[in-house]
Design a protein around this ligand. Structure first.
Ligand SMILES: [Zn+2]
Length: 432
């Protein structure tokens, strides 16, 4: 509507001007190079208008011819850029959907149209990796690593490849170079932590670990590996303080305290850990310096005093009493452990030993032993160090699972996922 109105207004103005020109009076005469032109004013005005339009059109034509090559060049550049952008988008989609052929084709096209930019080099390298050509990707990452505008991307790619090859030395060099190019990058910090875990560099892992990382496991392992006694003591103390019930941390701390001649403090750390979460290695270390079997019974009694009703405490006392030949006491403690929910194989094996000790090689003794062993065969298996991530049992505790490499996942677990246990107050609770 507005357009129609505009056309009407312009037409009206044109008609008005034409009307005005047609109404002009007078005479026009001009002499150019011997030629004389004589006409009326309206015709002369019209001729002038036509002349101006023709000159304008000729100048435009000339300008078009002069600027045509530049325009053509710009047009071609735009076409290439648009085509390149489209190829980049298509490569990204192909990479996301795992289409190797399409990704390589489009990455090649993007590189041809846009040249070697960080973006096209990265896409070509990733497409090469998707197609299984690691060497092609390595070559491209190296090209990027040498360029100032793509160095981090190149080093990142090379680092990832080194980690996958498990070439730890090369990965460490690349991580160092990447850190220089882009200090404090969050991704690099995570990868360096992973590298530290895979190479068993626990102090480094502890230093780099962010919130939510298994700090206690790292500090414990770092203390175990540390050669400097003071530093080892500091690390073990930190781990034990953060989680007093974590047996490996308590053991690492107690070992260092014992080495430093602080036996009373070592015993206290072990006792505190036993109260929080009883684990046989704690008792073994606490009683390691006592040889006499009767003294060991007394020591064990003192050691478990603050958590005496726990089935693990009862079981420990039963074992110590049996070693000292106190079969009556041993039976009492073993039965108490069983009543409190400890029905694992080790309890039945202890009862079998008890029958052998008490009744000797008699018919009744053999029958009782046989009965206990039958129970042992069918009983729940004993607790072991087990990885919560992959479920495999491990001989020893480690900061990272030797099977799946997950850090901080190895825990003292029975075959069942939940183990019955007794709190220091004596109430039966279920621990997961
Ligand atoms: Zn595992």
């Amino acid at each position: 509507m507005r357009r129609i109105l505009g056309i009407i207004v312009v037409a009206a103005i044109a008609v008005a001007i034409a009307w005005w020109i047609a109404g002009l009076t007078g005479h026009f005469a001009a002499t150019i190079a011997g030629y004389t032109i004589e006409t009326t004013t309206p015709v002369a005005t019209l001729g002038l208008i036509i002349l101006v339009v023709v000159i304008y059109a000729v100048l435009r034509m000339l300008a078009l011819l002069v600027f045509l090559p530049g325009r053509m060049r710009r047009w071609r550049t735009r076409q290439r850029r648009d085509g390149g952008d489209l190829a980049v988008s298509r490569t990204l989609v192909a990479l996301a959907s795992g289409d190797q052929g399409e990704a390589r084709r489009e990455a090649k096209r993007a590189r041809r149209l846009l040249g070697d930019t960080p973006q096209t080099l990265l896409l070509s390298a990733e497409s090469g990796r998707l197609a299984g050509s690691e060497s092609e990707a390595t070559e491209l990452y190296r090209v990027m690593a040498a360029r100032s505008d793509a160095a981090f991307l190149g080093l990142r790619g090379l680092f990832r490849q080194a980690m996958e090859r498990q070439d730890w030395a090369e990965a460490a060099i690349l991580a160092h170079r990447a850190e220089e190019v882009r200090p404090g990058a969050a991704w690099l910090r995570e990868e360096r932590t992973l590298l530290a875990v895979r190479t068993g560099n626990w102090s480094q892992a502890l230093l780099l670990a962010g919130p939510g990382a298994p700090h206690v496991a790292y500090a414990t392992a770092a203390a175990e590996a540390e050669a400097n006694p003071d530093e080892a003591l500091r690390l073990a103390k930190r781990a034990s303080k953060e989680d007093p019930g974590f047996a490996p941390a308590a053991l690492a701390y107690a070992v260092r305290l014992r080495a430093a001649g602080k036996e009373a403090r070592a015993q206290e750390v072990l006792r505190r850990a036993w109260v929080a979460s009883p684990q046989p290695a704690l008792a073994a270390m606490a009683l390691a310096r006592t040889d006499d079997t009767l003294s060991r019974v007394k020591e064990a009694g003192r050691f478990v005093a603050d958590n005496a009703n726990h089935p693990e405490s009862r079981f420990l006392l039963a074992r110590m009493c049996l070693e000292a030949g106190l079969t009556g006491e041993a039976r009492r403690h073993a039965e108490a452990a069983r009543q409190a929910g400890l029905t694992q194989r080790r309890v039945w094996l202890l009862l079998a030993d008890l029958e052998a000790e008490e009744r000797g090689d008699t018919e009744a003794g053999r029958a009782a032993q046989h009965d206990a062993l039958r129970h042992a065969a069918a009983a729940e298996s004993d607790p072991v160090w087990r990885c919560d991530a992959c479920g495999t049992a491990q001989l020893h505790w480690a900061a990272a699972c030797p099977t799946c490499h997950a850090p901080g996942q190895i825990q003292w677990r029975s075959a069942r996922s939940s183990i019955p246990t007794v709190s220091p107050a004596g109430t039966l609770i279920e621990l997961d």
